[in-house]
Design a protein around this ligand. Sequence first.
Ligand SMILES: [Zn+2]
Length: 253
Amino acid sequence: MTAFEAVASALRGLPRGALSLIYPPTCSGCGGATADPGALCPACWSGLRLIEEPLCQRFGTPFAVDLGVGPLLSPRAIAEPPVFARARAVALYDEVARRLVHRLKYEDRLDLAGAMGRMMAASGRVLIADAECVVPVPLHRWRLWRRRFNQAALLGRVIAGGAGLPFEPSALVRVRATRSQVGLSRAARAENLSGAFRVAEAQAHRIRGRRVLLIDDVMTTGATGNAAARALLRGGAASVDLLTFALVGDTAG
Ligand SMILES: [Zn+2]
């Protein structure tokens, strides 16, 4: 099954009846009319740049050409191996993916979290098969208070529920409110995030010795995933994989 087929069938499997009573069937990407709630209209669907094999086995970035040998690693994965074992994402972060992520972040759209979470479950099925619990990247409580909900937790709940895995939204805490990562260099992002996360002592038993699937909406440089993964490993997690909806950047080479 290709990434495209997996993601398409994940969207087709959405429950209809209950949702359509609450939300009129509109496209999750653009708000235009569509046949099924939580689905994408044909224009948005074809605008989503789904990530397909071949890809870097560590960062999940797609390769422009199929080299026909595996396992594949991008030059970056060799030069700067990430703290997390593997990252996977549904789509590249360009127009349609950006719109979906933005709507999830700033609009209270539970139907959208369902659709995006199911697409992530399809793209991350290999990671989910190895995972023992699901942990979302937390927001700092000030930011959570301003925004009311954590989009990574909304996605994580859908993914954990679908896979029958324990969902642990309070295992990891953000101890420092970091300034926005926008416009920072890769090194500055890593510095901005160092020590930003830790495992809550009272919750450490929930991840100790377990293979953790970490969830976020977007992977930019991987700095957030690295900082969160480092905290989870220090807190006793056996391993950490990262699953996001979108991935910033183009191809791995
Ligand atoms: Zn649309």
